[in-house]
Design a protein around this ligand. Structure first.
Ligand code: SF4
Length: 367
């Protein structure tokens, strides 16, 4: 299959590994931002094939994992109301809030429905004019254009019973926050190819300059990631720090301009809380005033809901690449995909779920 088989080709992967081994002369810590990239690394054991001097740490790029607890609690509150149909992607139903998850609310009679796109949420709103349909609109820059277009469409069609509970996060401010942390060990980043497909990579150049850190926009297949690692290693060994694009089959410098315009029309940049990490200035998107009639937070007066993370979950350190899931005492014991304590174990893109699926041998047996 074009654009798939050749990126899983063992011969190409072996050649890249050999080049990486020849080029890596010093220890480097590299972070892949996206949870999809983390899963590929774990699934194909790429981290174990690299020279020992290279360490891969996993970043905060799992949208389900970083959606703040408050947002989940707001969704739980809304889903409990008889007049509301809460519409969401399937992953979100199992994310634990302060008092259970959306599955629990559904089991207690709440009208919670799973969709694959915001367009389906709009359809539910058209079909149920007597109910209030709230779409849980989360994600990185990748999902923002479709969510923006759904909100715009709702206004064009005057669908008055549709609104969105928005929790959008942006990658570049998160990289800035990671780099300004005194604990940061990261020498180079693999930026998320799908995010850059939408946004381009112009903004990453400022980060590479400011922090003298190389950034390579990478894809999601094993060969993509090995090539991105090689590009980073070459830069690090040469002492350069620029942005390079490995994922050329999808990413252009400016990204998708129509998608960016849709985001800018409906959303504006705001400070945003990241689950486990805390507030990162100007790292989120909120619905603009002009579209306020479609903002569930404003319509339902949910701003006052706040929440604290459970102490046992170390996802804050996992999402910043400071620790790995097996370092968590609950990993694979009290926290599993069937009984998750934290969001990184729930999501199909979460680092803890990746380790649970592919490195379960690392579970510590408590004695
Ligand atoms: S294993 Fe579970 S409790 Fe530990 S950091 Fe991951 S999600 Fe949190």
């Amino acid at each position: 299959m074009k654009y798939l088989d050749e990126y899983r080709d063992a011969r190409i992967a072996r050649a890249l590994l050999s080049e990486i081994a020849q080029n890596a002369r010093r220890p480097w810590v590299l972070m892949e931002i996206c949870g999809g990239q983390t899963h590929t690394i774990m699934r194909y054991g790429l981290d174990e094939l690299l020279p020992k001097a290279l360490e891969l740490v996993h970043g905060p790029g799992c949208p389900v994992c970083v959606t703040p607890l408050e947002t989940i609690d707001k969704a739980l509150e809304l889903a409990s109301r008889p007049e509301v149909i809460l519409v969401s992607y399937g992953d979100m139903l199992r994310v634990p809030g302060s008092r259970g998850d959306l599955f629990m609310v559904k089991a207690q009679g709440g009208d919670v429905r799973v969709v694959y796109s915001p367009t389906e949420a709009l359809k539910i709103a058209r079909q149920n004019p007597e109910r209030k349909v709230v779409f849980l609109a989360i994600g990185f820059e990748t999902t923002a254009p479709a969510n923006a277009m759904a909100i715009r469409q709702a206004r064009q069609e005057r669908i008055g019973n549709f609104s969105a509970l928005v929790s959008h996060v942006l990658v570049p401010p998160a990289i800035r926050a990671l780099m300004t942390s005194p604990e940061c060990r990261v020498n180079g980043f693999i930026a998320p190819g799908h995010v850059c497909t939408v946004m381009g990579y112009e903004e990453y150049e400022k980060l590479a300059d400011s922090f003298h850190v190389p950034i390579v926009v990478g894809g999601f297949e094993p060969v993509d990631l090995l090539e991105a690692v090689l590009m980073l290693v070459r830069q690090l060994e040469a002492g350069t720090a620029k942005v390079e694009n490995q994922y050329v089959r999808s990413v252009s410098y400016q990204g998708n301009l129509a998608a960016r315009r849709a985001i800018e029309e409906v959303f504006e940049i705001s400070d945003q809380k990241w689950r486990g990490i805390g507030m990162i200035p100007r790292s989120g998107l909120r619905i603009r005033e002009e579209y306020g009639d479609y903002d569930a937070s404003r319509i339902f007066g949910l701003a006052s809901i706040t929440a604290e993370e459970p102490a046992e979950c170390i996802s804050a350190q996992v999402l910043q690449g400071l620790r790995k899931p097996p370092d968590c005492p609950a990993f694979g014991m009290r926290c599993t995909p069937h009984n998750p304590l934290g969001a990184p174990m729930v999501s199909s893109e979460g680092a803890c779920a990746a380790y649970y699926n592919y490195r379960r041998n690392l579970v510590r047996v408590e004695g």
